[in-house]
Ligand binder design. Structure first.
Ligand code: PHE
Length: 503
């Protein structure tokens, strides 16, 4: 072979290194170190160029690493579902399905899967109760193996190489949702071919290819005869990691711009509120179950926040006998002390109601996106802190079709054209609606809406109809981001965050 082979500078240097050992498979890292090209993309490009000229042979090895998924982290810390159930079966006097359903050892939605897992371990349901089988020790050792498996996976930050894991257990966990997840790692190596080995340096001609177009280059004449490095769009490249907003923040921005574009003005409010504004102003009876400690975070500091007596008197008359609204109220005795208790707002409707009280006669369209607090235990679809998208339209002649159209327009702009409303109940609206959006063939409830009752608007001095709604932001985020666990939004899972599109 006496033909001259044209190589660019990285190719020449990379070939030089690969030629130095006939039998070695060179990795990108090794070549990068020896050629002093720090950018690994240059090495990969050079390797590809040499391969196309038949001077080297490349191999790609894919390695699969397994890490704990979101449920896996949960199982690692709190125990596997079947483990919890098995311990319950072993230690309970009453092992009936009924008693399981009323116990709090696992979440309601886990029971079905859990029972399936128990059955697959050979634990049978007889007459509605679980029976401890003969092979108790066998079950214990299976569960122990599963636990060890998760421990092993957890022990390395980058995950455990697939080949180092027990195949049976791996297949078992692969079938279970979100317990483990895989990461692929591709290693490229190059080895010399016989053509590459015997090519002499005289046969190599260095070609200068322009890889970067600069203003200087274009200002002169040299580009006219230059050769440009072609792009190879088929090559894999690393995704540059740049800072970007959290998906929740991006979503909030998107919602904000939709309401602004629909002519709404944004309002804000404090997390700390009184029961009076959060509930009494909304005609929520003082003995309503949602007011209980287990649903609402009452504050010990400030325990009470004073409210103007004029306002308290208004609510008192409305709640006790309907004031002069024509309503008969709730009856009973209204407590001004209860109204002045401090709490963390349980919904953002408190913001819109306060807004009306400050501007009772100015027609308006306002919205707010804010955090609310409810004393709920955390699970797949519940968080004690979440956000609501709240809004009102107040103007003479405002009516129900206007409300429905506004909500439909909002969801349509979000990318969900199929929206329906259903009758619902809230103490402060009449009529009251539930808003549902169609997603993957299913109707999902995303919020409540309605027209404020006179018991709410009249004490505030407002005489126009007020259309109101409050929708869950995290629920919507789950649709937009395709999540089946709400906790994913807030666990700061860097891998997940990196892979999220900028909304
Ligand atoms: N505040 C209600 C909730 O938290 C939603 C709602 C707002 C309903 C306004 C009607 C009117 O679910």
């Amino acid at each position: 072979m006496n033909m001259a082979v044209e190589l660019n500078n990285p190719e020449k240097r990379v070939l030089g290194v690969i030629q130095s050992d006939d039998n070695k498979n060179w990795t990108v890292e090794e070549l990068s170190k020896l050629t002093k090209f720090e950018d690994q993309a240059i090495i990969v490009g050079a390797g590809q160029g040499l391969f196309e000229k038949g001077l080297v042979k490349g191999t790609e090895t894919k390695k699969v690493f397994w890490k704990l998924g979101i449920e896996g982290v949960n199982a690692y810390t709190n125990g596997l579902l079947e483990q919890k159930l098995w311990e319950w079966v072993l230690n309970s006097k009453d092992t009936s399905m009924k008693s399981l359903q009323s116990s709090s050892i696992v979440e309601k939605h886990e029971i079905g899967i859990g029972v399936g897992l128990l059955k697959s371990l050979g634990i049978k349901l007889e007459n509605g109760s679980f029976v401890i089988p003969e092979n108790k020790n066998e079950i214990n050792s299976i569960l122990n193996e599963r636990k060890q498996f998760l421990n092993k996976i957890q022990s390395s930050e980058r995950g455990i190489l697939e080949n180092n894991l027990n195949e049976g257990l791996l297949n078992h966990f692969k079938k279970r949702k979100n317990l483990i997840s895989s990461v692929e790692d591709i290693t490229r190596t190059w080895i010399i071919t016989s053509d590459g080995k015997y090519i002499s340096s005289e046969q190599l001609e260095e070609k200068v290819l322009i890889a970067e177009i600069t203003p200087e280059l274009l200002q002169g004449d040299s580009w006219k005869n230059a050769e440009f490095k072609p792009y190879d769009v088929s090559l894999e490249s690393s995704t540059p990691l740049t800072g970007k907003p959290h998906p929740m923040q991006s979503l909030i921005e998107r919602i904000r711009s939709i309401f602004l574009e629909m002519g709404f003005t944004e309002i804000e409010g404090n997390y700390v509120q009184t029961a009076g504004w959060n509930m009494d102003a909304l005609f929520i009876p003082q003995d309503h179950p949602a007011r209980e400690m287990q649903d609402t975070f009452y504050l010990s500091n400030p325990k009470t926040i004073p409210i103007e007596d004029k306002m308290l008197e208004q609510w008192k008359s409305i709640h006790e006998y309907g004031g002069d609204t024509g309503s008969i109220g709730w009856g009973g005795e209204f407590s001004k002390d209860i109204a002045q208790r401090g709490l963390l707002r349980t919904h953002t409707t408190v913001n819109t109601v306060k807004y009306i009280s400050e501007n009772p006669n100015d027609p308006c369209r306002v919205f707010g996106i804010g955090r609310v607090f409810r004393n709920e235990s955390i699970d797949r679809t519940h968080l004690p802190e979440f956000h609501q998208i709240e809004g009102i339209i107040m103007e003479p002649g405002a009516n129900l079709p206007m409300l429905v159209t506004t909500l439909k327009t909002f969801y349509e702009k979000m990318g969900y054209p199929e929206v329906r409303v259903r009758p619902a109940y809230f103490p402060y609206t009449e009529p009251s609606l539930e808003i549902e959006v169609k997603w993957r063939g299913q109707w999902l409830e995303l919020g409540g809406a309605g027209i404020f009752r006179p018991e709410v608007t009249e004490p505030l001095g407002c005489s126009s109809p007020v259309l109101a709604w409050g929708m869950g932001l995290e629920r919507l985020a789950m649709l937009v981001l395709g999540l089946d666990d709400i906790r994913q939004l807030y666990i700061s899972d860097l891998e997940w965050l990196k892979s999220q599109p900028v909304l």
